[in-house]
Design a protein around this ligand. Structure first.
Ligand SMILES: [Mn+2]
Length: 303
């Protein structure tokens, strides 16, 4: 099988259709497929933010159900399941309905306002999405591959049950389940050096920063090389040898999305390749074609 991987879509169905046609996929009997039998793997985050979430979901699910694509779950799909599933024991839902959570999900709610039944169908479909995929030549996960979490999920994950949702949404008591879902779907954070803080985009004071776990070991010299939101104060400082930041330990390539990278896509580390270049912030939707020539990134500016 020949593969094309596609990054976070966030409701940008028109951009997705252009990218698919540039990759040689054609709509046949209503479903995108490739004349040479190529297969797409989507890295998750189909919903929220963009203008055509329903269309995106129909396109992606039709490809998956007809065997023309595979998909893993993104944090937005996981959050949607949690947002809409009632917590029978505690009351309310597995994900809170405060302004912050509603704002993140508002485009999806709005676009499905008159399609309740259809939305329920998609929520059921989200529950069938795997949390990671492993192929012969590569791996796929939404945010971060850590073998400890993968082994836990292989042994203990038995689908999206109420028990699983309860643990996965509970930082205090959720244990290994919470951390496996949190880090696989949202990434890892590490503590900043003593006394260093930054303010996130909502103005909250933060003492932990997201780790660029995909940065190759030889490319990790300064703090800015390993931290996503690196405070200016330490950006150019060398990382002391006693400070360890999680690094993907294997050579088998892993593809992921999630990180809203900026600029033109490039492969910094051929073992860990991010395909999210902020399509929902005016950036690009990115695919990686795997062929005899190796990996080739194909980017489509949002339309
Ligand atoms: Mn994401």
């Amino acid at each position: 099988m020949k593969y094309d991987l596609i990054g976070d879509i966030h409701g940008h169905a028109d951009t997705l259709e252009i990218l698919l046609s540039r990759l040689g996929y054609r709509r046949r009997f209503g479903v995108y497929s490739h004349p040479e039998g190529r297969h797409v793997v989507f890295v998750g985050d189909f919903i929220d933010r963009g203008p055509k979430i329903r269309e995106t979901l129909h396109l992606v699910r039709d490809m998956v159900e007809s065997g023309n694509a595979s998909a893993v779950m993104g944090n937005h799909e996981f959050n949607a399941i949690s947002f809409h599933t009632p917590h029978i024991e505690k009351g309310g839902f597995f994900r809170q309905h405060t302004i912050k959570e509603i704002k993140q999900h508002i485009e999806t709610l709005d676009q499905f306002a008159h399609y309740d039944h259809e939305f329920q169908d998609f929520l059921d479909w989200f529950q069938t999405l795997p949390l990671f995929l492993e192929f012969e030549q590569f791996r796929v996960i939404h945010a971060c591959w850590d073998n400890e979490h993968i082994n836990f999920l292989k042994q203990d994950y038995d689908g999206i049950t109420p028990g699983f949702l309860s643990l996965a949404n509970d930082k205090i008591n959720g244990g290994a389940t919470y951390w496996a879902v949190e880090e696989s779907l949202k990434g890892k954070e590490h503590r900043l050096p003593e006394g260093v803080i930054f303010h996130d985009k909502d103005g909250n004071e933060r003492t932990e920063a997201r780790v660029k776990w995909w940065a190759a070991p030889e490319a990790r010299k300064k703090y800015k090389d390993v931290l996503m939101e690196c405070p200016k104060k330490i950006a150019e400082d060398d990382i002391p040898p006693n400070r360890q930041y999680y690094s993907y330990p294997d050579t088998k390539p892993v593809f992921f999305g999630h990180y809203w990278l900026k600029g033109d896509p490039k492969i910094e580390n051929p073992s860990a390749i991010c395909l999210d270049y902020s399509v929902a912030k005016g950036g690009q939707l990115v695919a990686c074609r795997i062929s005899e020539k190796g990996f080739e990134l194909i980017a489509q500016h949002v339309v």
